[in-house]
Write a new protein. Sequence first.
Length: 130
Amino acid sequence: MDASDVDLELNADSDSGKTGPLQTVNFAYNSASLSSATKDKLRAAATFLKAASSVEVQVEGHCDERGGVQYNLALGERRAKAVRNYLVALGVSGSRISTISFGKERPVAFGHDESAWSQNRRGNFVITAK
C-alpha cells in the first residue's frame, strides 16, 4: 500500500476521519502511556507509513479540560511524543513525524463529564506531506 491507494488530503486530520489508516488514539486520565488498543492502532499506522514513504505527519497531543494550562501543555507533549516514539520503534523514520501539544485548547467534545473528557485525551494525526 502507498499513499496513492488511500485518499489523503494535505492538512487532513484523524479527528475528522480523513487520514486513512491513521486513527486518533486515546489516553487514560493524567497519562501518556499507550494502552494495548492504542498500540494496535499505532501498529496499523506504522505499517501504512512504512509503505507510504512520502507521507509525513504531525502528531498533536491533546488533554481534557481538567488541570492547568501549563500542566496540560506538558502532558499533551508527552502524549504526542509517546505516539511518535512508538512509531519510530516500529520502524517509521522519525524525520517524518513532528509533534506539537495543544493541551486543553482544542477539544473535540464539549461536555463536562467523563464521556467528553475521554474523547479529548488524544493523539491526533495531521497529514503534513503526501
